[in-house]
Write a protein that binds this ligand. Structure first.
Ligand SMILES: [Zn+2]
Length: 110
């Protein structure tokens, strides 16, 4: 996935607009069609992560740094194996989530 490079482009645009037009956080958020909380974080020098990764991290109780690194490498988290595994071992559920293929999953937790 290229979510991190997309995020970096947004971060660069925020810094550029702040520098050239000195817009408020709200104006920047509106202009770039992104969450104002993300704009504030960027301007405060905090690291930001794609929302897809923060949601996955929250769902499985994993550090967002780890989720970002692994998913950018093409891995998926299996909550049954409790491990990062290649995305090819997963199938996509209708709900948008990924499930580890039955034959490959160790099903430690049943
Ligand atoms: Zn599994």
């Amino acid at each position: 996935m290229n979510l991190v490079s997309e995020m970096n482009k947004k971060v660069n645009r925020i810094h550029h607009l702040k520098k050239t037009e000195d817009l408020s956080s709200n104006a920047l958020a509106k202009r770039l069609k992104i969450d104002v909380r993300m704009v504030r974080k960027v301007l405060n020098g905090q690291k930001v992560y794609p929302s897809h990764y923060t949601r996955v991290a929250a769902r499985y109780g994993l550090p967002v740094e780890e989720v970002t690194e692994q998913m950018e490498q093409g891995n998926q988290w299996c909550y049954k194996c409790e491990a990062w595994l290649p995305r090819e071992e997963f199938y996509e559920k209708g709900s948008g989530g990924f499930r580890h293929r039955g034959g490959l999953c160790q099903k430690k937790n049943g």
